[in-house]
Design a binder for this molecule. Structure first.
Ligand SMILES: Nc1nc2c(ncn2[C@@H]2O[C@H](COP(=O)(O)OP(=O)(O)OP(=O)(O)O)[C@@H](O)[C@H]2O)c(=O)[nH]1
Ligand SMILES: [Mg+2]
Length: 638
C-alpha cells in the first residue's frame, strides 16, 4: 500500500473544492459558513482509492487571501500538488502566492489543472496552457501535465486520476522508520468519544493503546482509538490522514500547531538555526525583522537574526537564527514559510538545520561552517558535528536534535566510534563524546595537574573536584564542566596509560613524590625528632612547632607530609604523637594484659604517667584502633 497526500492550490473560486468533490465524491467544505458563503475557509479533507495499492488523502485549501494562514497549516504535509487555475480567469494573485509557497516548501511533484474547461472555447484553453507553461518554467512543475478538467461535465477527471497514479509511484514515501510525528490541524470533542485530534502523519507510525505526548503541553495520554480516512485502524502510518482519540483531555487546551509524538523523546524549542530563502519579488529583509513563521501546522511570530549579513536581498539565501515567540517541536529538514509582519504577504521560506542552537555571538566564526555541514552533510557527518559542537552529548539529546530513533542514533554513533571519531561511554543511556574533545580534556588534565604541582611542591596531589572545575573553566560555552561520567573516564584512561595516579579523591602525576630541598628535609627531620623525643607527653602540635626555627606555613606543610607518611598520628585536634610513642603505648598495654585484660582510666594514667587531658583522647584512639574496647567505665585490652 502506498499512502500519499495530494493538496490543492490556487486562487479563490477557481474550482479547487469542486474538483476534489468530483474526484472523490466527498465535499471538502464541511463548515456551515463555507456552504452558505460558497467559499472555503479552513482546510477540507477527502480520500480516494486509486487502485494498484495507492490511497490518496486530499487536503483542500482555501484560496481567499485572508485565509492563506489556514492554507499554510495544510500544505506542509502534502506530497503532490494540483495547481488549480480557472480557464475563465487564468493566473491571479493567490495562484502566484500558493505556487510560491509550494516552491519554498520543496514540494517536488504535481500537475496543473485548468478548471471550468466547460466555460471556455478550445483556443482559450490553449492560451491558458501557454500562460501556465511560462508560469511554471524553471520550477518543479516545469514539464508536468497541464490538464483541462471540468467538475461539471467530468471532462479530464479520469486522465487526472491516471496522472496521480503515475506520480504516486514517483513520490518518495514519508519516512516510516522515524519516530512518529503528527502535527495537529484540528482538535475537537466527539460525542461519546471525547477529544479527537487530526493531522497528517508526517513520520513514523502510531499504534492504538500506545502512549503519546502532546508537545509542547507535555501531556501524556494513551491512544484509545485511531481512524485513517474515516475508518477505524489499529495503526496509522506515515503519509496517512489520521484522527486520534485521546480520552480524558480538554479539547479546548489543544490547538492547531501542537504536535503528537513519542513521550519524552523530543523537546519544544523557541530558537531555530535555518537556511532562509527570500522570494525575488520582495523587499530586502533587515536583520532582526519580525515575521510570521509557519511550519507544519504551527504559526507564530519570529525575529530573524541574520548570521551572515546585515540584510538579505530579494532572491537570495543565507543562514539565520529564528527566535520564536512560541515554542514548538521542529526537526532538521522541516520546511517553513515566513510572511511579512504587515501587510501580511509571503516573502520567503527555508529549512530547519538546528533545533537547539545557542544564542550566537556576532563574532563567532564557527557558526557558518557548522551550519554549512548541517545543511550539506550526510546523517553520519551531521551526527559527528553535533557531538563535536557539544563536546559530549547524551543519546536522548541527540535523538531530540536529529528527530531520529535512539536506536538509529546509536547505530550511527557506533559506526563513528569504530572510525575513531567518537567515544561511547556508559550504557543506557550512552554518552557520546567527540574524540577531539576527549583528547583536549586529557591534555588539560595533565596541564592542570602539572601546574598544581609546580605551585604546591609540598602537596601530594589535588582533589578530583578541584581538577574538574579547573579543566571545565576554560571549556567551550556549550559544555561547561565535563560530566562525572566523562571526567572519570578521562582519569581512568590517563591512569591506565600510566600518566597519572588516582588515590581516593586525590590525583597526581604518575610517579610523583614530594620533592624536598635538603633544607626542607632537615626541617622535616627536626619536626619528627621533636615529636619522637617528647614521646607520650607531648604538648599540643602548635607548641612543638613554635619551638623550631622553621617558618610557620612551611612547618605546617611538613607536618602534613609527616602525617601522610604515617610518621606522626593525629589523635584528636592538635594532639599529635610520633609513631614510636604510640608503639610504646601499645607494648605497655600488651604487657599489662599478661596480668589482667581490664583497665580503667585511673590505672591507665598510673601506668603511663599521663594526665587526664591526654589519657582520655588516647584511650578513645586505642578504641578506634581496636587495641581496647570500652565496657562501661572499664576497657578490655584486646
Ligand atoms: N461551470 C463550472 N463551474 C465550476 C466548476 N468548478 C467549480 N465551479 C464553480 O465555481 C465556483 C467556485 O468553486 P469552488 O470549488 O468553491 O472554488 P474554490 O477554488 O474551492 O474556492 P475557494 O475554496 O474559496 O478558494 C462554484 O460556484 C462552483 O460551482 C467547473 O468545472 N465548471
Ligand atoms: Mg474551496
Amino acid at each position: 500500500m502506498r499512502h500519499l497526500i495530494v493538496g490543492t492550490a490556487g486562487h479563490i473560486d477557481h474550482g479547487k473544492s469542486a474538483l476534489v468533490l468530483a474526484l472523490t465524491g466527498i465535499d471538502p467544505d464541511r463548515l456551515e459558513d463555507e456552504k452558505r458563503r460558497g467559499i472555503t475557509i479552513d482546510l477540507g479533507f477527502a480520500h480516494l482509492d486509486l487502485g494498484e495499492g495507492i490511497r490518496v488523502g486530499f487536503i483542500d485549501v482555501p484560496g481567499h487571501e485572508r485565509f492563506v494562514r489556514n492554507m499554510l497549516a495544510g500544505v506542509g504535509g502534502i506530497d503532490l500538488v494540483i495547481l488549480v487555475v480557472a480557464a475563465d480567469e487564468s493566473i491571479k494573485p493567490q495562484t502566484r502566492e500558493h505556487f510560491d509557497i509550494c516552491k519554498l516548501l520543496g514540494i517536488r511533484k504535481g500537475l496543473v489543472a485548468i478548471t471550468k474547461a466547460d466555460l471556455v472555447d478550445a483556443d482559450i484553453i490553449d492560451l491558458i496552457r501557454l500562460e501556465m507553461q511560462e508560469f511554471v518554467r524553471g520550477s518543479f512543475l516545469e514539464g508536468s501535465l497541464l490538464l483541462p478538467v471540468s467538475a461539471k461535465t467530468g471532462e479530464g477527471l479520469e486522465a487526472l486520476k491516471d496522472e496521480l497514479r503515475r506520480l504516486a509511484l514517483a513520490v518518495t514515501p514519508k519516512p516510516e522508520e522515524l519516530p512518529f510525528r503528527l502535527p495537529i490541524d484540528r482538535a475537537f470533542v466527539m460525542k461519546g468519544f471525547g477529544t479527537v485530534v487530526t493531522g497528517t502523519l508526517i513520520a513514523g507510525r502510531i499504534e492504538k493503546d500506545s502512549e503519546v505526548e502532546i508537545y509542547p503541553l507535555g501531556w501524556r495520554v494513551r491512544v484509545r482509538g485511531i481512524e485513517v480516512h474515516n475508518a477505524p485502524a489499529r495503526t496509522a502510518l506515515a503519509g496517512q490522514r489520521t484522527a486520534v482519540n485521546l480520552p480524558g483531555l480538554e479539547a479546548k487546551e489543544i490547538s492547531r500547531g501542537m504536535v503528537l509524538a513519542p513521550p519524552g523523546l523530543f523537546a519544544a524549542t523557541a530558537r531555530l538555526d535555518c537556511k532562509l530563502n527570500l522570494l525575488p519579488t520582495t523587499r530586502p529583509l533587515k536583520n532582526r525583522a519580525r515575521v510570521h513563521f509557519h511550519c507544519n501546522t504551527s504559526e507564530t511570530i519570529a525575529e530573524v537574526v541574520l548570521l551572515e549579513r546585515k540584510e538579505l536581498g530579494p532572491g537570495s539565501s543565507a543562514f539565520a537564527q529564528l527566535r520564536l515567540s512560541q515554542p514548538g517541536v521542529f526537526m532538521p529538514g522541516d520546511r517553513f514559510i515566513i510572511r511579512q509582519f504587515s501587510p501580511v504577504t509571503t516573502i520567503g521560506g527555508g529549512s530547519v538545520l538546528d533545533n537547539q542552537p545557542a544564542r550566537h555571538r556576532s563574532q563567532d566564526s564557527t557558526v557558518v561552517p557548522f551550519l554549512d555541514i548541517l545543511e550539506k552533510g550526510d546523517s553520519q557527518v551531521r551526527l559527528e558535528w553535533l557531538v563535536r559542537q557539544a563536546g559530549e552529548a547524551p543519546l536522548s539529546e541527540l535523538a531530540a536534535r536529529t528527530g531520529w530513533l535512539p536506536a538509529e542514533v546509536l547505530r550511527l554513533g557506533r559506526a563513528l566510534a569504530t572510525a575513531n571519531r567518537l567515544l561511547l561511554l556508559g550504557q543506557s543511556p550512552e554518552l557520546f563524546v567527540h574524540l577531539e574533545h576527549f583528547q583536549e580534556l586529557a591534555r588539560r588534565v595533565i596541564e592542570q595537574i602539572e601546574k598544581f604541582h609546580a605551585e604546591n611542591p609540598l602537596v601530594a596531589g589535588l582533589p578530583k573536584e578541584d581538577l574538574r572545575s579547573r579543566i571545565g573553566a576554560r571549556s567551550s560555552p556549550h559544555t561547561g564542566l565535563p560530566s562525572n561520567l566523562l571526567f572519570n573516564s578521562l582519569l581512568q584512561a590517563l591512569a591506565a596509560q600510566g600518566r597519572i595516579d588516582v588515590q581516593g579523591e586525590t590525583v597526581r602525576l604518575a610517579g610523583r613524590s614530594i620533592q624536598l630541598t635538603p633544607e626542607e628535609q632537615a626541617a622535616k627531620d627536626q619536626i619528627s625528632a621533636a615529636f619522637e623525643k617528647t614521646g607520650l607527653a607531648v604538648p599540643s602540635a602548635p607548641e612543638v612547632l613554635a619551638k623550631l626555627r622553621i617558618d610557620r606555613p612551611r612547618a605546617e606543610r611538613l607536618l602534613q607530609i609527616l602525617l601522610r607518611e604515617n610518621v606522626l598520628f593525629k589523635v584528636t585536634g592538635d594532639l599529635i604523637f610520633h609513631r614510636s610513642a604510640l608503639q610504646q603505648l601499645k607494648e605497655l598495654l600488651a604487657r599489662r594484659k599478661a596480668q589482667s585484660n581490664r583497665i580503667n582510666v585511673a590505672l591507665f594514667k598510673e601506668i603511663t604517667g599521663l594526665s587526664r587531658k591526654y589519657a582520655i583522647p588516647l584511650l578513645e584512639y586505642l578504641d578506634r584502633e581496636r587495641v581496647t574496647r570500652r565496657e562501661g567505665d572499664e576497657r578490655i585490652i584486646l
